[in-house]
Write a protein that binds this ligand. Sequence first.
Ligand SMILES: [Zn+2]
Length: 297
Amino acid sequence: MVNGFYVQDANQLIRKRNLQYVLVALFIVVNIFIWSAVAHADRRGLLTVAFLDVGQGDAIYIEAPNGNQMLIDGGPSSGALLRAIGQVMPFWDRSLDVVLATHPDQDHVGGFPALLESMNIENVVTTENTATTGAYRAFEDGVFEEGAHCVLARAGERIILDDGVVLEVLFPNKNAKGWDTNTSSIVARLSYGSTSFLLTGDSPQSIEQYLINKESGKINADVLKLAHHGSKTASSKLFLSAVDPEYAVISVGKDNKYGHPNKEVLDLLADFKISTLSTIDRGTILFETDGGNLYLR
Ligand SMILES: [Zn+2]
C-alpha cells in the first residue's frame, strides 16, 4: 500500500460476520489529491494486470502506476495463491489496498484466508451473495479478524486506484443474496487511458446478455478474462463480438475435472481471431499498459 484509495458512489460500507450485515454509514477515506504529489516515476506510469497461475480458479493482481494494489479473487487454495502472488509482489510488501471476491465459490475465495492472515488488507469488496461452505466461512472469518472495510459491489460503483485508473462495477445491479453463485459474480471493467480489461468472474451467458442490453457502451475491452474458466456456460458469440477483445485470458488448471476450457469456446475464439492465452500454457499472464499501449510480458 502506498497511497490513497477511493471508492466513488459507494453508499454502503458493511462489516459482516456469519451472514450478518451491519450497516455502517461511512465512506472509505480518500485523498485523491495525494496522488498528484507522489512520484509516478517508480513504475514509469505503468499499470500491471497479472492473471495469476493458481490452477483451477481465478486470481487477478492489479498494480496501479502510483503503487496501489488490488487483488480480484483468491484462487482455490492458500498454497496456490501465496506462491503465485509471490511472483508479482516483492516479499517485503505485506499489504494490499483492495481485495475483491467476485462470488463465494472456493476456486475464487479459497486462498483468501491465508492472504488475510499474512497481509494487511485495507478494503474488501463482495456482494450479498454468500455460501455455507467451509471455504467461504473461513473467508468471512478472515475478513472479520482483519477488520477490513467492506464494500458491497453495485453497478455504477467506481474504484479509483490512481489518476485515470478506474475499476467500474457493471454487475450486480441489485442485492444478489440467494442467487446462484456464478450468476452473482461481480463483473467489472478496469480502464486506464484507452486500454481496458473486462473481468467477468464465472458469469453465465444470461448475464452476458444483460450486459449487452444494459451496458453495451461499457463492455468493449482490449482484454477479456473469459468467464467461468472458458466453460461453454459463458462466452457467447454475441458477447465476444460486443466485447471485441484483442486478447482472451483463460484462468484454468491443467487436466481439470470440468473439461475447461470448452472446445467450442476455443473454436469460437479462433473464428473471431482473438489471441487466446491460458494459464495452463503460459503460467501467470502479465500485461502492462501506459494507458495507450498494451504490452503482453
Ligand atoms: Zn470459478
